[in-house]
Design a protein around this ligand. Structure first.
Ligand code: UDP
Ligand code: MG
Length: 155
């Protein structure tokens, strides 16, 4: 656990279509997470199958694949203390009906399948997912000048 833990985020097609890209980025930034990679991409069917390999046999997978490949997504990597767990908490649970107000899914969705955001669920999956979506040359290792105001030196 370090202040430079990284996690992968996708703002999914519903986030793009509902003009919520800024809201999502804003909630990540307000938490103090540092953006180290960001781009708009199209997820093709092969990438969808790889990314959602744990779900391909589920009855809802055809809808999920159609949805995630339908419009662009914004892919991001953010960095911060316990970034994986912190971002999952900011997202709220998969089923947004159960998501608390103040979370991204709680504030902007009431659905399990149109829930705005993807975020890695473990440090191991974050490592894999960051490599899946970003080349190392697309990730930026810069000094955040506000760092001393986000964390104490011994954190
Ligand atoms: N999903 C769905 N129906 C379901 C469960 C999941 O459409 O019953 C979709 C939804 O977009 C979800 C994604 O599949 O965000 C990945 O599911 P996972 O269980 O990994 O949830 P997440 O990690 O996104 O919270
Ligand atoms: Mg997941």
């Amino acid at each position: 656990m370090a202040i430079n833990d990284r996690t992968l985020i996708l703002i999914k097609p519903d986030g793009i279509q509902r003009l919520l890209v800024g809201e999502v980025i804003s909630s990540l930034e307000k938490k103090g997470l540092k953006i180290v990679g960001m781009k708009m991409i199209h997820v093709d069917k092969a990438l969808a199958k790889e990314h959602y390999s744990h779900l391909v046999s589920k009855p809802f997978y055809p809808d999920l694949e159609k949805f995630i490949t339908s419009y662009p997504v914004v892919a991001m990597v953010v960095e911060g203390k316990e970034a994986v767990d912190v971002v999952r908490l900011l997202c709220g649970p998969t089923n947004a009906t159960k998501a608390e107000g103040g979370t991204i899914r709680g504030d902007f969705s009431n659905s399990t399948s149109r829930n705005i955001i993807h975020a890695s669920d473990t440090e191991e999956s974050a490592e894999k997912e960051i490599k899946r979506f970003f080349k190392s040359s697309e990730l930026f290792d810069y000094k955040l000048v506000a760092q001393d105001f986000l964390y104490a030196s011994d954190e």
